[in-house]
Design a protein around this ligand. Structure first.
Ligand code: NAD
Length: 511
């Protein structure tokens, strides 16, 4: 095992984040972009904005590394993943701190993100089992047939700011375990955690060139989507970019999975345990300042009594929500990622008021003492929201929860089904029949019953429906294995005394 940079946190104090190519950090003379500490609004460091040439350099390296990595027995690739998992556990607090520093989320939340990422690495450790394929003895007379899972080649991942460690780990552990080489293009807003992951992978024994990170924005993405040597692209981010990546990537002949935005509804039934629902909604709507693709941003209350109880309970709890720097103790909610994003979310809150929704809790004037220049926004709660309002239709991606009042479960389900997004949803109820009807019929990819954030575990796969996912296969788990492999079916017969056959023009069959 080679220890390349045990003091990587000190390296993070460096003023610029470069790229990670061929097993080491490289800097190229390029434009840079500022990375902020959202808790105080100051520039922490800058990130290199990779050009088409930088991407080409990474693809060259990944292409060269592919043949040897592909040939390695899956058990040996799996051993690298086991070692990587150990290193992730040893370094989880450091990773969480880096995530919190650049993203703004609270440390507990960042630790949760790292842990969910590790679970994907654990799944990838099962490569020998996952890649066993399928075998049919005597598929025909003296004929055996089997299906092999073969790697694609060089694949790429393009990831969003909101889970700088976990979302890359939805992708590369399984892609690498399947025998591919990988180029990651992380979000330019918080690139340091992915760079640390690259260092840990190298420390875990991953051969140079198998995993590379190119930082940057649109130019780097376009270069990945255009280069014929990239076989497949996994994307996670907003819907407009997901659609763009899907269209451009597939038109260039690549396999693409592009996960997009969301507007996740929680249905609260009259028989729900209302305290459980309120507590769950507090975390699901305001955790990570609402910057989660599975965040609940709409609570659909069935019956006016349910609505009144929910609104008063949320209002009471929101009075005690602790907003502050993510790296501090005893904080529930950190700042938003950038000032522009904060302004955008505030713009939505203003719009909601203009459109006639009732702003029950207004977080717009919140100031965090000693952090006046931070990108903070207090929690906002809207009641009496209707489906024609922008605050209902659009993904806001901030600490804003909308209450939509309806009369029946059927009304709630129609509302959800008519929304353009179909990522996650949940129902709070004690009624098994209602829950079963809901899970059976709702047009959404990930559904919870009394579980507000039904994020699938690593042995299942993550993916929404409708405009929340472009492509056929979801992220990680069994779909991940399928996405990152070709299935090849081999049909074999060896000459023997029993299977001699003359010329036969009929289609082969077992008749
Ligand atoms: P984003 O779409 O702005 O950026 C995602 C990635 O695309 C980044 O790497 C970015 O550099 C790149 N990118 C941005 N603009 C581009 C352009 N014009 N051309 C090419 N590439 C471009 O998303 P974000 O703001 O970083 O993340 C938040 C969004 O991600 C939300 O919409 C959220 O719902 C979504 N998200 C979805 C899931 C999911 O699983 N469905 C998970 C996490 C986040």
């Amino acid at each position: 095992m080679k220890r390349i940079n045990p003091e990587f946190t000190s390296e993070l104090k460096a003023s610029s984040v470069g790229h990670f190519v061929n097993g080491k950090t490289v800097s190229v003379s390029e434009d840079t972009q500022d990375i902020y500490n959202p808790a105080d609004g100051k520039v922490l460091r800058t990130v290199a904005m990779g050009t088409a040439q930088t991407v080409e350099m990474a693809i060259d390296v990944a292409e060269k590394a592919f043949p040897a990595w592909r040939q390695l027995p899956p058990s040996k690739r799996s051993r690298v993943m086991f070692q990587f998992k150990t290193l992730l556990e040893e370094n989880s607090k450091r990773l969480a701190r880096v995530i919190s520093e650049e993203h703004g989320k609270v440390l507990d939340d960042a630790m949760g993100e790292v842990q969910r990422g590790i679970e994907n690495v654990e799944y990838a450790c099962g490569a020998p089992e996952l890649l066993k394929g399928q075998h049919s003895k005597n598929a025909g007379p003296a004929i055996d047939s089997w299906v092999e899972f073969q790697p694609l080649g060089v694949v790429a991942g393009i990831t969003p700011f909101n889970f700088p460690a976990m979302v890359p780990m939805w992708m590369f552990p399984i892609a690498l375990a399947c025998g591919n080489t990988f180029i990651l293009k992380p979000s330019e807003r918080d690139p340091s955690a992915p760079m640390l992951l690259a260092e840990l992978l190298t420390e875990a024994g991953l051969p140079d060139g198998v995993f590379n990170v190119v930082n940057g924005g649109k130019e780097a993405v376009d270069a990945l989507l255009s280069d014929a040597r990239i076989e497949a692209v996994s994307f996670v981010g907003s819907t407009p970019i997901a659609e763009y990546v899907y269209k451009l990537g597939t038109s260039n002949g690549k396999r693409v999975q592009a996960l997009g935005g969301a507007k996740n509804h929680a249905v609260v039934m009259p028989d729900a345990d209302i305290d459980t629902a309120i507590n769950a909604l507090m975390g699901a709507a305001f955790g990570s300042a609402g910057e989660r693709c599975m965040a609940i941003s709409v609570a659909v209350t069935v019956g006016s009594e349910t609505a009144d109880c929910l609104v008063s309970g949320l209002k009471e709890r929101l009075a005690n929500i602790r907003v502050g720097p993510g790296c501090s103790e005893n904080v529930d909610m950190g700042p938003l990622v950038t000032n522009e994003h904060r302004d955008k979310v505030v713009g939505y809150v203003d719009m909601g008021v203009q459109e006639g929704a009732v702003l029950v809790v207004d977080g717009r004037n919140l100031e965090v003492e000693g952090h006046e220049s931070g990108f903070f926004l207090g929690a906002c709660l809207f009641d009496h929201v209707s489906s024609d309002m922008h605050i209902y239709r659009d993904e806001i991606f901030g600490p804003v929860l909308c209450i939509v009042r309806v009369d029946t479960l059927q009304d709630a389900m129609e509302l959800i089904d008519q929304h353009e997004y179909g990522n996650g949803t949940c129902i709070f109820t004690r009624d098994g029949e209602a829950a079963r009807y809901f899970t059976d019929h709702i047009q959404v990819g990930m559904v919870g019953v009394n579980v507000a954030l039904p994020v699938p575990v690593a042995s299942h796969s993550f993916g929404g429906w409708k405009r929340s996912l472009f492509g056929d296969l979801a992220a990680y788990g069994p779909d991940g294995v399928r996405f990152y492999t070709h299935r090849k079916t081999i049909t074999q017969r060896w000459p023997s005394s029993v299977n001699g056959e003359g010329i036969r023009f009929a289609f082969p069959s077992n008749d």
